[in-house]
Design a protein around this ligand. Structure first.
Ligand SMILES: C[S@@+](CC[C@H](N)C(=O)[O-])C[C@H]1O[C@@H](n2cnc3c(N)ncnc32)[C@H](O)[C@@H]1O
Length: 199
């Protein structure tokens, strides 16, 4: 079963299970956008649009996701907001280089099969000096986490990987520099990470 199939099945119940658990960390992450007046911001892997209610006004937002059934939910939340939605692949984004002032990547880097590819793509479409706000679950280099590593090949095909090491992903993207990295949820398994395009 592909990720698109899984998320098509999950779409009707996604908000029920994820909304309450992630609401506060979403707000915390999005606060780092600061003043967005006049900016164009990508929400990469927007899913059902749980970030939409917390987006600061003043920017033009583009949301992209691979699963139309998830985007259907996002459409309802985007009514009256400056959010445009596209079907697309985070590992091959349908946007030109340097198109965005900032990028939001909540619960997407650990989901895609090739997170390095997705982060490189985000870096490509980001303007120099722009920031990517990441919220996701990552292991640290050398962290044992045997259960998460054992289950990852199975879970990764259906919902999300559980063995992604952020530092390994970042190593593939020399144009990005970590600005902040703080625990978010699950005793630090989920982290808020902000990176800046410096090259
Ligand atoms: C765990 S959900 C996160 C959704 C949303 N970002 C959130 O914070 O609730 C993962 C999302 O990634 C999407 N997805 C999976 N593979 C993708 C890909 N290659 N490109 C873009 N989106 C993808 C799924 O359709 C799903 O909506």
């Amino acid at each position: 079963m592909s990720l698109r199939h899984s998320y098509t099945l999950i779409a009707p119940i996604y908000d029920l299970f994820i909304n309450a658990a992630t609401r506060q960390v979403r707000k915390n992450s999005l606060r780092a956008l600061g003043d967005v007046q006049g900016q164009t911001i990508l929400i990469d892997g927007i899913g059902s649009g749980l970030d939409i209610p917390f987006l600061p006004q003043g920017a033009l937002y583009i949301g992209v996701d691979y699963t139309p059934a998830m985007l259907q939910r996002a459409i309802k939340k985007s009514v009256g907001k400056s959010v445009t939605l596209h079907v697309g692949d985070a590992m091959a984004l349908p946007y030109p280089d340097g198109a965005f002032d900032a990028i939001i990547m909540h619960l997407i880097l650990a989901v895609v099969p090739r997170p390095e590819r997705a982060l490189l793509e985000a870096a490509r479409v980001l303007k120099p000096g722009g920031r990517i706000l990441i919220l996701d679950k990552f292991l640290h280099r050398g962290q044992r986490a045997p259960l998460r590593r054992l289950l990852s090949p199975l879970l990764g095909r259906a919902v999300t990987r559980t063995d992604v090491v952020f530092e390994d992903v970042l190593a593939a993207c020399p144009q990005l520099t970590v600005v902040s990295d703080t625990p978010a949820l699950g005793q630090g398994w989920f982290r808020h990470i902000a990176v800046e395009k410096t090259l």
